[in-house]
Design a protein around this ligand. Structure first.
Ligand code: AQP
Length: 329
């Protein structure tokens, strides 16, 4: 039986949040099954779309790789690599950009959101980011792309680009599908529960960083914005409460009904403490493994170099195919 190919990535724009973890990283761990072959990438080229500090980017890229291993990605099973170490992504991106319409890129909601957030730096890279992301996906022949809710639109664009290219130049790319988690596809900010939790939020109380100390996690949940309703319930418009319950379910494995029942008759104090404890229990073991890898830089370098080589071999096959299809080479 042919294995399903999986590709997913994360930008090293900061320490990943609980949103990144629930929406993406922990599912990456679970996807490493016998009938799948997974490629996991630290998307450093994507990180350049906002102004960056070079030393910080270098450090965060390594730190992200160590965190992915700590989250359970097994580099002996799934190539783990840094995007810029596989030059073929950027090359294929040019070819794909030539079959992508500006009208499609204009519709990308993340471009609109990020343009509003970085009004002084609306650069062409931010605009064409989804084309590079399509290249990341198509170059490995990925069947499935696990993402949080915010990236679904980009995977749909990658599908459209693949179909258009195949129709114009012959069967070249596998048409990928997004895979969204059942729980937590969009974890919301703790200070602004109507918007997603983001690692570049300027207010650190708005997100739980995966490396936050237990006391900090507890403090941030205590400060989380909720509402004035006297009961705990999962209901329309109760953004803060819904978010806390979703995080609780994601970290404990309980269903929403079970969680709501558990907090019947209690107020937010109990819910917030329980959510904080569940998150701490989930993150503490990951933090311990992360520290081991950050202390052993040779081992981390070895893993990253091997991942790049494995990814590059696969990427070159698709790139050659695409060049040939369009009449170059
Ligand atoms: N709040 C979220 N809830 C669920 N999933 C999320 N993801 C991101 N935020 C949430 C998923 O995490 C994966 C990696 O995301 P990314 O770092 O590549 O970029 P992003 O989606 O733009 O995440 P951030 O944290 O908001 O980064 P910045 O602040 O740099 O833009 C993706 O699968 C994403 O869906």
């Amino acid at each position: 039986m042919d294995k399903k190919i999986i590709l997913s990535g994360i930008k090293p724009t900061g320490i990943p949040t609980l949103g990144n973890y629930i929406g993406a990283l922990r599912n990456w761990r679970l996807m490493q099954e016998d009938d799948k072959y997974c490629y996991y990438m630290v998307a450093d080229l994507h990180a350049l779309t906002v102004r960056n500090d070079p030393a910080e980017l270098r450090q965060q890229t390594r730190s992200m790789a160590a965190l992915l291993i700590a989250c359970g990605i097994d580099p002996n099973r799934s190539p783990l690599f840094i995007q810029s170490h596989v030059h073929q992504h950027a090359e294929l991106s040019w070819i794909l950009g030539c079959v992508t319409y500006m009208g499609e890129l204009n519709r990308m909601t993340q471009f609109k959101d990020k343009s509003a957030k970085h009004a002084d730096n609306i650069n062409a890279g931010l605009y064409t980011y989804p084309v590079l992301m399509a290249s990341d996906i198509l170059i490995y022949g990925a069947d499935l792309v696990p993402v949080g809710d915010d990236q679904k639109q980009h995977v749909e664009l990658a599908r459209n680009i693949a179909i258009r290219f195949n129709n114009a130049f012959g069967e070249t790319f596998v048409v990928p599908e997004p895979v969204m988690p059942k729980f937590g596809a969009r974890i919301m900010g703790l200070q602004d529960p109507e918007h997603k939790m983001s690692k570049t939020d300027t207010n650190p109380n708005g997100y739980i960083s995966m490396l936050d100390e237990p006391a900090v996690i507890t403090k941030k949940f205590k400060k989380a914005i909720t509402d004035c309703e006297p009961t705990i319930a999962y209901a329309e418009g109760r953004y803060g409460c819904n978010n806390l319950l979703t995080i609780y379910c994601a970290c404990t494995g309980k269903t929403m009904d079970e969680a709501v029942k558990e907090f019947e008759g209690f107020g937010y104090g109990k819910l917030k403490t329980a959510v904080a404890d569940a998150v701490i229990a989930e993150l503490e073991p990951i933090q311990a493994v992360y520290r081991q890898y950050m202390d052993d830089s040779e081992e981390l370098d070895r893993i990253i170099a091997r991942g790049a080589q494995q990814a590059s071999e696969r990427a070159q096959i698709t790139l050659d195919k695409a060049y040939k299809a369009v009449g170059i080479r």
